[in-house]
Design a protein. Structure first.
Ligand code: BG6
Length: 490
C-alpha cells in the first residue's frame, strides 16, 4: 500500500439528506413529500424493487394514516430538533464540509404557494449559522428524493412540465435566501435514479400513466429535470459568480463477468445508461446514443424550442457522485448468482466480500470510477456519498466497536489517494454517507446504519434518540486531522 496524501484544501466531511434525517414532517409549515408517504415494509433486505413498488392506493392510504402507522421518514432521527448537537459532533470529528439537502416542502408548503414558508427558511438559516460557527462549509442539494406531494396529486410529478417553473421558483428562493451562506450546490441527487425508482426521484406512480408506456413518462420527466437543473445552474452562477454548482450521479460500476465480447458489450451498454444524464449536464446536450435509444423505443420526447439553449447554458462546474459497491454484467445471466447493490442487481463477483445487505465492497472500483469519470468529463470530482451500512450492536460496555466501518473507510481513502497521486485525478472532497445514522433510503430501515454516530432508535421508532460516538468516530477524526495521512487502524 502506498502512502496516502491529499491536497492541502481537501474537503473532508459527511453527508445526509433532509428526508432521511430531519423528521418533523408536519410542523412549522412543512408540507408533505412522497417520502412521508412511504411505509415501512418487511420485504427482505435485498429486494429494492419491492421497496419502491408504489400505487395510488398506497398514496391515498398514506395521506390519511394516523400516528400508529409506520412511516419512518416522518420521524427520521429528529435532526430538526437535534441539529445543534449533531453539528457539534461533526465539528468534533473535524468536518470541513457537510453535505445536506433542503426539503422543498419546508420552503414552500405547497409548491404553488406564492410566498415561501418563513419558518422553513429560518430552520435552514439556523443550520447554516451553526455550521459557520465551526467553519464547516455547507454543500447543499436542492432536491434529494422528496418531491412535494402536490406535485404528484395535482400534477403527474416531474412528467408535467409545470414542475420546471415550480422548481425554478423554489431554487430562486434558496439562492436568494441562502446564497450568502452556501458556496457549493448540487441540483438533483443521483440524477440517473429516476429510471430505477421513479416514485422517489420523479414523483411518478405507474398506475397514473395508463395513456402511455411508463418508460416514456420517465424519459419525459427526466427531460424536465434536466431543464430545471440547467436553469438552476445558470441562475446560481448569475447570482453568485463565486459559487460552484455541480451535478450528482450514482456511480455504479460493472465489470464484465467474463472476457466474452458479449459480456463486454453488455457492460459498456450498462455503463452508458449510467452516464447518459450526466453527459447532458456536463456537455449541455443530449448524447446521440440517448436520442437513438428513445427513438428505437418509439417514444416521443416533447421538447420546447428554448430547451436546447437552456441545456447549453446550464452546464455544471463539477461532477459529484455516490459510490458504494460494484458488481458484474453478463449478456446471459442464466444460472449465475446475483448480488444486490445500490438500487441495482448485478451478477455476483466471486472476488469481492459483501456487506450484510449483500452490497459488494470494492475500494479498487472507486479508483477505477474516479479515473473513468475524470477521463470522460475533465471536471473536478467530488465524492459526496460513500459508506457502509451495517447492523451495529451496542456492546455491554455501551460502545459500538465498528472495525468493519474503519476498514471500509481506510481502503476507500487509500483508493482516493491513489487516484489523485498516481492517476492524476482532480478530487475536491469526500463526504461519508450517513455520517450520523439515518433512515435507509432503499429499505427504510433504521437498522441499516452508516454513521460514525449511533442514534438510539429502531425500525419502529422506539428509542431515546440519544447520540453515541462509535469507534469509527475517533478513527475518522484521526483521518481528517492528518489530512488523510494516518489511516492505520490502531
Ligand atoms: C444513495 C442515496 O443512493 O444511497 C441515499 O442518495 C441513500 O439517499 C444511500 O441513503 C444509501 O442507500 P440505502 O438504501 O442504504 O440508504
Amino acid at each position: 500500500m502506498s502512502k496516502t496524501t491529499f491536497p492541502e484544501n481537501f474537503m473532508w466531511g459527511g453527508a445526509t439528506a433532509a428526508n432521511q434525517c430531519e423528521g418533523a414532517w408536519n410542523i412549522d409549515g412543512k408540507g408533505m413529500t412522497i417520502e412521508d408517504c412511504l411505509p415501512y415494509r418487511e420485504v427482505g433486505v435485498a429486494d429494492f424493487t419491492k421497496q419502491f413498488a408504489y400505487s395510488t392506493e398506497e398514496l391515498e392510504k398514506a395521506l390519511i394514516a394516523g400516528p400508529e402507522e409506520n412511516y419512518p421518514k416522518r420521524r427520521g432521527i429528529d435532526h430538526y430538533h437535534h441539529y445543534k448537537e449533531d453539528i457539534r459532533l461533526f465539528a468534533e470529528m473535524g468536518f470541513k464540509i457537510y453535505r445536506m439537502s433542503i426539503c422543498w416542502s419546508r420552503i414552500y408548503t405547497n409548491p404553488e404557494d406564492p410566498t415561501p414558508n418563513e419558518k422553513g427558511i429560518e430552520f435552514y438559516e439556523n443550520v447554516f449559522k451553526e455550521l459557520k460557527k465551526y467553519d464547516i462549509e455547507p454543500l447543499v442539494t436542492l432536491s434529494h428524493y422528496d418531491p412535494p406531494i402536490e406535485l404528484i396529486t395535482k400534477y403527474r410529478g416531474w412528467y408535467s412540465r409545470e414542475a420546471i417553473d415550480l422548481f425554478d421558483k423554489y431554487a430562486k428562493t434558496c439562492f436568494e435566501r441562502f446564497g450568502k451562506y452556501v458556496k457549493y450546490w448540487l441540483t438533483f441527487n443521483e440524477v440517473d435514479a429516476m429510471l430505477r425508482h421513479p416514485v422517489t426521484s420523479g414523483g411518478l406512480i405507474e398506475d397514473r400513466f395508463t395513456d402511455m408506456p411508463f418508460e416514456q413518462a420517465i424519459y419525459q420527466a427526466m427531460h424536465h429535470q434536466m431543464i430545471a437543473s440547467a436553469k438552476a445552474v445558470k441562475m446560481c452562477k448569475e447570482m453568485y459568480p463565486e459559487a460552484q454548482i455541480g451535478c450528482m450521479m450514482t456511480k455504479l460500476c460493472f465489470y464484465p463477468f467474463t472476457c466474452k465480447p458479449e459480456d463486454n458489450l453488455a457492460t459498456q451498454q450498462r455503463m452508458r445508461s449510467i452516464y447518459r444524464y450526466v453527459d447532458i449536464q456536463v456537455f449541455g446536450e443530449y448524447p446521440k446514443y440517448l436520442l437513438k435509444e428513445i427513438e428505437n423505443k418509439n417514444f416521443v420526447l416533447h421538447q420546447e424550442p428554448e430547451d436546447e439553449k437552456i441545456l447549453k447554458e446550464g452546464t455544471v462546474d463539477f461532477v459529484s457522485f455516490s459510490y458504494y459497491m460494484t458488481s458484474c454484467m453478463a449478456a446471459d445471466t442464466t444460472g449465475l448468482d446475483m448480488a444486490p447493490g445500490n438500487t441495482v442487481n448485478g451478477v455476483k463477483n466471486p472476488y469481492l466480500a459483501s456487506s450484510e445487505w449483500g452490497w459488494q465492497t470494492d475500494p479498487i472500483g472507486l479508483r477505477i470510477s474516479l479515473v473513468d469519470l475524470y477521463d470522460r468529463y475533465r471536471k473536478p470530482l467530488f465524492i459526496v456519498e460513500n459508506g457502509l451500512g451495517e447492523k451495529d450492536v451496542v456492546s455491554e460496555d455501551g460502545k459500538i466497536h465498528d472495525d468493519y466501518r474503519k476498514e471500509y473507510l481506510r481502503d476507500h481513502v487509500q483508493a482516493m489517494s491513489d487516484a489523485i497521486n498516481e492517476d492524476g485525478v482532480e478530487l475536491l472532497g469526500y463526504t461519508w454517507w450517513g455520517c450520523i445514522d439515518i433512515i435507509s433510503e432503499s429499505t427504510r430501515q433504521m437498522s441499516k446504519r452508516y454513521g460514525f454516530i449511533y442514534v438510539d432508535v429502531d425500525d419502529y421508532g422506539n428509542g431515546t434518540y440519544n447520540r453515541i460516538k462509535k469507534d469509527s468516530f475517533y478513527y475518522y477524526k484521526q483521518v481528517i486531522e492528518s489530512n488523510g495521512e494516518k489511516i492505520e487502524i490502531r
